[in-house]
Write a protein that binds this ligand. Structure first.
Ligand code: NAD
Length: 395
């Protein structure tokens, strides 16, 4: 993309500054050109692919070259909806013809390992959807293949790149929370929503064929908020799952388990992970209890508030907190309003931020935005949960 905004309109370099202007301009355009050469392709043109296309298109310096799907109609429709120049139903052909720098893998997890290997063998960096793969050993294989090929990998942990998640990180890193004592990560799911309805009406849906079934389709989003605080490689994990409808805690064979509770205990920090298909409203929250203060993040409302240690004496200490919390919410509300007015309040804004960071890490050959050790720890913890919930799958 050519950029004409530097220098500003009407600017005429003086003779003495001409060389400086041209050096600056050359440097600027060499940078833009380098980023502009980043070609992106997507394999998997189903439901989540639209979000990828939309967020890629918001990053001005990259180019979405092509999309692909085993089903020609899916690829063609996605390409038509967003005016993507080319579409394919054979990923090998797409990689050979388009030579993308980055392949987004947005297919069901069962195909991720083979597609990721194919991508890195073709010289692509990989942006992959969660869950990275059905089994932890497959996730290890994907990371190993990427590293061996000298390419980069990122997983679509987009909520961790939303503004409240960034604010929470800042609170933690600047010592406002103190040391983490306990974390509660809650994720709600609406089985009547677009994704839930798709898997409920189709008994052969790929979600049912995952070792961790419904839970595996979302547990990354629950556990990847805990791993930054529970640093152990092998924390204690205890999981129970059941069907939540009508208050029943027994299950019938073949029933889809839809309530999950996990207790995690590391050397210094403990955590609860909750998945609920029945609690309303459908929440997505995180509470981090620190030795100094506690932070509460609502990913739906995009707020992060601090529950502070009280310093006021007696009744004042009980009177002040609601006002302090109300002030936090008011500030967050105005911040969100400001983001909205600047078109930065889209549902997948975190994905745009994550993608920008990933593409930049490719361009600069720096560390990708999510450490591979984190990806592996999340996947290992997930597998330990599923071993307890669906032991018959792991015999
Ligand atoms: N990060 C998130 O918040 C988020 C949200 C939704 C879905 N996802 C993930 O995205 C992935 C896809 O989910 P979805 O809901 O879009 O699925 P989907 O079933 O709607 O679409 C998947 C598409 O991939 C195609 N496909 C399957 N195997 C293929 C292959 N080998 N080559 C080419 N195309 C192939 C299918 O034909 C289908 O069109 C899953 O891993 C899912 O968990 C992530």
């Amino acid at each position: 993309m050519m950029c004409t905004s530097i220098p500003c309109p009407g600017f005429r370099p003086k003779a003495s500054s001409t060389w400086l202007f041209f050096v600056f301009r050359a440097l600027y355009f060499s940078h833009v050109e380098k980023v502009a050469n980043l070609r992106i392709a997507i394999v998997g043109s189903g439901k989540i692919a639209d979000a990828h296309v939309e967020e890629i298109r918001k990053i001005p310096s990259v180019q979405l070259a092509a999309v692909c799907d085993l089903e020609p109609i899916m690829a063609e429709q996605l390409a038509t909806r967003y005016a993507v120049p080319h579409w394919y139903c054979d990923v090998a052909r797409m990689l050979e013809t388009e030579k993308p720098d980055v392949l987004h893998i947005t297919t069901p997890p069962q195909s991720h390992l083979s597609l990721a290997k194919q991508a890195v063998a073709a010289g692509c960096h990989v942006f992959i959807e969660k869950p990275v793969a059905p089994r932890h050993c497959d996730v290890e294989a994907i990371v190993a293949a990427t590293v061996a090929a000298g390419r980069k990998l990122a997983v679509n942990y987009w909520p961790n790149f939303e503004t409240p998640a960034i604010s929470l990180r800042a609170l933690f890193e600047t010592g406002v929370l103190g040391n983490p004592v306990h974390v509660e990560s809650h994720y709600g799911y609406d089985l009547a929503g677009e994704y839930g309805a798709a898997l409920k009406r189709d008994p052969d849906h790929w979600v049912h064929r995952l070792p961790g079934k419904l839970f595996q389709n979302v547990l990354d989003h629950v556990l990847n908020k805990i791993t930054p605080f529970v640093e152990d490689q092998q924390p204690f994990i205890q999981a129970i799952a059941y069907r939540g409808d009508a208050g029943r805690v027994d299950t019938e064979p073949g029933d889809l388990l839809d309530e999950l509770r996990v207790i995690i205990r590391g050397a210094r920090t403990s955590a609860y992970a909750t998945f609920s298909a029945h609690a309303r409203p459908v929440g997505h929250t995180l509470r981090v209890y620190g030795t100094k203060n506690t932070a509460y993040v609502d990913f739906m409302a995009r707020t992060v508030v601090l529950e502070r240690k009280q310093t006021f004496p007696s009744a004042l200490g009980r009177l002040v907190p609601p006002f302090a919390v109300a002030k936090d919410y008011l500030q967050q509300g105005f911040k969100n309003l400001n983001s909205f007015s600047h078109s930065r309040f889209h549902y997948f804004d975190g994905m745009r931020r994550l993608l920008s960071e990933f593409y930049l890490s490719i361009e600069r050959d720096s560390a990708p935005p999510i450490a591979y050790s984190e990806i592996l720890r999340v996947s290992s913890m997930m597998e330990r949960v599923f071993e307890q919930v669906y032991p018959e799958v792991f015999v």
